[in-house]
Design a protein around this ligand. Structure first.
Ligand code: NAD
Length: 411
């Protein structure tokens, strides 16, 4: 599966480089990651046994700025998955126009089996293994699946033991440790801004639209919260425990409170429970995949009824599914634009750390809105020029900005 994810990412890159008429040697240079670090992590488990895990950090490209990308704790994590995600980060930071490159990391572990104490020991062990290759001016991790502000706080602290106080080494920190207001909300919020952009372009508005969201973690919950705040109706949500549907509209605040209290939606009785996979093919205006990659494939794409797909998750759509969506006239707002709100506010956090001067949430949201608006306009200009879909436009934009930086810096 991870191999397929990496291959899919290359397909999307190569669709863009074909339009840009890049030579094969240049494509190879763009696709090849700079460095991969793999570390063995041995920790004492709560029951006294030794737990052995593997951690990865892949630094894909830093032509435009320090490597940047999240850390994922999941049993699917492997070299290929992390490499694909690192590559997506390179193009995403370029699309957003923030001065970073791309990286990603992760630990191969079933996070649901770890106690908080074990998770802390594992995180600190991981930083022991990679502290030499990260830093505020070299490579800056952030949260991803099954990591959060607390995880970032441990990273900040463990890194400080080797290198001293350097808050900019990691973003997505709690505000009390130099995190940014609005960072926790930023990825989901950015998805909603992206939705507003595409709807406005099509002469529609968000108010009254029906929304279905797969994944109810950081991205899914904040997207749901903001969709409802802007007058849309969330009629389906899901997490690892299954799907939850209510045609009259889900009480999102109640679902969020329940999921927080119970570490997920299992047992929530606020909606009818359905099979988790069915959520993707529900009748709705806007579908937001916000869980894992590879969920929209040639097997289910034909059954998708949404008119808009806004990719909160990284890599949710296979190239074959994208072709089907293009044929059906479904607008796909691609991951490297739709979920760039997270890395954009991470950039604001990093800049605030550098200046030791902090913004309020209103300013963060305003600046994020500006970035999302500008990036969308850039994408549309490319789409018009090349007569391609939005995903290819996003890859053309990202890849050409990275190539320009690479050329200027030289070999
Ligand atoms: P998270 O760990 O907070 O939440 C993940 C959610 O997905 C959980 O609700 C989990 O139960 C659910 N899930 C897992 N497997 C599922 C399945 N098979 N079916 C349905 N739900 C399932 O993670 P997150 O930070 O919200 O990240 C979600 C996605 O968004 C990932 O693809 C991530 O790479 C991407 N993303 C996250 C950020 C960020 O800032 N956190 C930024 C950009 C992109």
């Amino acid at each position: 599966m991870s191999k397929k994810f990496l291959e899919n990412t290359k397909v999307f890159i190569e669709q863009a480089t074909a339009l840009l008429d890049y030579r094969p040697d240049i494509v190879k240079q763009l696709e090849t990651p700079h460095r991969e670090v793999r570390v063995e992590l041995n920790i004492r488990m709560d029951d006294g046994s030794i737990g052995t895990f593997i951690g990865f950090r892949v630094q894909h490209d830093d032509a435009r700025g320090p490597f940047k990308g999240g850390l994922r704790y999941h049993h699917h994590v492997d070299s290929e998955e992390v490499t694909a995600l690192a590559s997506l980060m390179t193009w995403k930071t370029a699309v957003a126009g923030v001065p970073f490159g791309g990286a990603k990391g992760g630990i191969q572990v079933d996070a649901s089996t770890l106690s908080d104490a074990e998770k802390q020991r594992l995180t600190r062990k991981f930083i022991d293994g990679i502290h030499d290759v990260i830093g505020a001016k070299s490579d800056i991790p952030a949260p991803d699946v099954n990591t959060d502000g607390q995880t970032m706080a441990w990273i900040f602290d463990q890194f400080a033991k080797y290198h001293g106080y350097e808050p900019g080494v990691v973003t997505g920190k709690p505000v009390a440790l130099g995190g940014s207001e609005g960072r926790t909300q930023a990825t989901g919020r950015g998805c909603v801004y992206a939705t507003e952009e595409i709807l406005a372009h099509e002469g529609e508005e968000l108010e009254g639209k029906t929304v279905v969201i797969q994944g109810f973690g950081n991205v899914g919950t904040w997207a749901a919260h903001d969709y409802v705040a802007k007058g849309a109706k969330v009629i389906g949500i899901s997490d690892i425990s299954g799907g939850y549907v209510r045609e009259e509209g889900i009480d999102v605040a109640d679902a969020i409170a329940y999921a927080k209290e119970n570490r997920g939606l299992e047992g929530w009785e606020g909606a009818e429970k359905i099979d988790g996979a069915k959520i993707l093919t529900m009748e709705c205006d806007i579908l937001v995949p916000a869980a894992l990659g590879g969920v929209l494939t040639k097997e289910n794409a034909g059954d998708v009824k949404a008119r808009y797909i806004v990719e909160g998750a990284n890599g949710p759509t296979d190239p074959e599914a994208q072709d089907i969506f293009d044929e059906k006239g479904i607008h796909v707002v691609p991951d490297i634009y739709a979920n760039c709100g997270g890395v954009t506010v991470s950039y604001f956090e990093w800049s605030q750390n550098m200046q030791h001067f902090y913004w309020d949430e209103e300013r963060v949201n305003q600046e994020l809105r500006k970035v999302m608006k500008k990036a969308f306009a850039d994408l549309m200009a490319i789409r018009r020029k090349h007569e391609c879909n939005l995903r290819t436009a996003a890859f053309v934009l990202g890849v050409s900005r990275v190539k320009e930086a690479l050329d200027l810096r030289g070999l």
